[in-house]
Design a protein around this ligand. Structure first.
Ligand code: ASP
Length: 541
């Protein structure tokens, strides 16, 4: 990899400088949250039985601005809550108005080139409630939201944030452009290069063992930390939110079957067109294996063709990677200028727990594995991987970072293409230590806030579902948050609790994505070494 430019500064330093500069500019630009005066609102309370048999209590004011939803498994639970709210003996068929004090109201408006997102945070009689809404065209927003946008939106700072987001997205588009051809050519070249020596099967087994082992270790770390810090005890979580993002129709069996389905594409070309990683991986592996089996002239020609295509893709990727400092700076400006500071304070214990657990996994557990099984210096290895790690941090997308991870592992950390082309694309799809850990901590945090500490059996259930949810999560921003619905469902917790967590998800997503990419990279070094290869030194030094 061409690691220095005419200025002589190594790429990872440039990215680091961009990261810091982007953060400083973003914090300076932050338009922040606007505080609104306290008010009182009359909400009408309605009860409804949903198609899944659950009872929905819906409170709303005539403008549709103050909306609160609570879902209950049984009618008795709904009745209890109803009586608590109204102070009246009631049946769920009653409809009644309740006056609530609406305090601590803040609004945060973030514009991007694609849409405008408004987050309205307030307390209803002391309960924190968050509602987010977004629309591509502000004119399409419901009237009250449109008025909020007209009054508090716009301004130079928001425009600059939008421009930063746009430019950051352009960089991500370039990376995504090369991802599919890179996986395809790299994997076919790698597998065909393994030849008929038969070590593919053992590499596959070792890789899966590594993924499973590290994800379980990550989840265990998360669960231990959340039981030590207990961030959810006493935390006030919303009883309801309107955010559609918090809803997910996935069930556990659904995810598993979906994964298996995905592994066998009915149409490989369509899979390539849809960037369906798992399908592309299986097809490339099978294609590579059959190149070897076919042998002779045909095999030789195809192997040469894919090798040539792979070389060109690597060159192209490296050219794009030189733009990483600009992309990273833009993403950092967007991330830091679009988050309000107040929410960070509300959830500081929760964020601290996630951060501490991620840090432990990344700086203690994984380095011990690298030292023991790959027999190389974890620090040196991390240095080699720094361009990829910093890009993962700023973009919050392991898929987007994949081209950088591949080039860093091969060109800077000296791992062979045979290993990296197999371990990394598969890892970006199914090995997400950071996400698994995050799911476990977030769900136990919510559980603590609603019910106090969970029993051991429930914690084990959270661990298993968190593992599956992380396998099913795509390597894109916020995928972990969407998949969390499955874990919440498994232990019967309200999906509405995600309302406040969404507000701080971006920054935690950045951290867990870095751990996801770091774990995949460590896996490469370990699997390379346990396949009998000599330990490689970083190629850039
Ligand atoms: N953003 C993460 C990734 O790309 C997935 C997640 O949301 O946890 O690896």
């Amino acid at each position: 990899m061409t690691d220095s430019s005419s200025t002589g500064l190594a790429l990872h330093w440039k990215i680091l400088i961009a990261l810091v500069a982007g953060t400083v500019v973003g914090i300076t630009l932050n338009p922040g949250q606007v505080s609104l005066p306290d008010t009182e609102s009359t909400l009408s309370l309605k009860a409804d039985t949903e198609s899944d048999g659950r009872t929905l209590l819906l409170l709303s004011d005539p403008t549709g601005m103050e909306t609160l939803q609570r879902r209950f498994d049984t009618e008795e639970e709904a009745l209890e809550s109803y009586q608590e709210l109204t102070g009246l003996p009631a049946s769920t068929t009653d409809s009644i108005s309740v006056k609530v004090a609406v305090t601590e109201r803040t609004v945060q408006i973030v514009e991007t080139h694609a849409d405008v997102q408004i987050t309205y945070l307030r307390q209803h009689d002391g309960q924190v409630v968050s509602t987010s809404i977004s629309a591509a065209d502000p004119a399409a927003l419901p009237l009250v939201w449109r008025n909020l946008n007209a009054e508090y939106g716009g301004g130079l700072r928001r425009k600059l944030t939008a421009v930063a987001r746009y430019l950051g997205d352009l960089f991500l588009r370039l990376l995504k452009m090369v991802t599919v051809p890179l996986i395809l050519t790299s994997l076919i070249t790698g597998i065909a290069g393994l030849g008929s020596s038969g070590n593919f099967g053992s590499m596959f087994r070792r890789t899966l063992t590594y993924y499973l082992m590290t994800s379980v270790l990550a989840i265990t770390t998360g669960i231990v930390m959340v039981n030590i810090f207990r961030p959810g005890i006493g935390a006030e979580l919303p009883q309801g939110t309107e955010s559609a993002e918090a809803m997910s129709g996935n069930s556990l069996t659904g995810i598993l079957l979906g994964l298996v389905d995905n592994m066998i594409p009915t149409n490989p070309i369509q899979a390539i067109a849809n960037s369906s990683f798992l399908s592309i991986i299986t097809f490339s592996i099978i294609f590579g294996i059959f190149i070897v089996r076919t042998g002779g002239d045909h095999a030789k020609r195809l192997q040469q063709l894919f090798e040539a295509a792979f070389e060109v893709m690597m060159r192209l990727t490296m050219a794009i990677i030189n733009l990483a400092p600009y992309g990273v700076a833009c993403f950092m400006i967007y991330a830091t200028s679009s988050q309000g500071l107040q929410i960070f304070l509300t959830l500081s214990w929760y964020m601290l727990t996630v951060a501490a657990a991620l840090l432990f996994h990344a700086t203690v557990t994984l380095p011990i594995l690298v030292r023991t099984f790959a027999r190389r210096s974890p620090l040196e290895f991390a240095r080699s991987m720094s361009p990829a790690l910093m890009t993962a941090f700023s973009t919050a997308s392991s898929n987007g970072t994949l081209p950088l991870t591949m080039t860093s592992v091969e060109q800077r950390a000296g791992v062979s293409n045979k290993t990296s082309s197999f371990v990394l694309p598969l890892g970006a799809t199914i090995n997400m230590d950071g996400t698994a850990l995050y799911e476990a901590v977030a769900v136990l945090f919510i559980a603590q806030a609603y019910r106090g500490d969970l029993a051991i059996a429930d914690q084990v259930l959270v661990a298993v579902t968190a593992l599956l949810a992380s396998v099913g999560a795509a390597g894109i921003p916020h995928a972990g948050l969407v998949m969390m619905a499955i874990v919440l469902q498994a232990v019967n917790l309200p999906l509405e609790a995600q309302g406040v967590i969404i507000a701080v998800d971006r920054v935690l997503d950045m951290a867990r994505t870095t751990v996801n990419v770091w774990s995949d990279s460590c896996g490469c070094a370990i699997i390379e070494r346990t396949s009998g290869a000599e330990p490689a030194g970083p190629a850039h030094e």
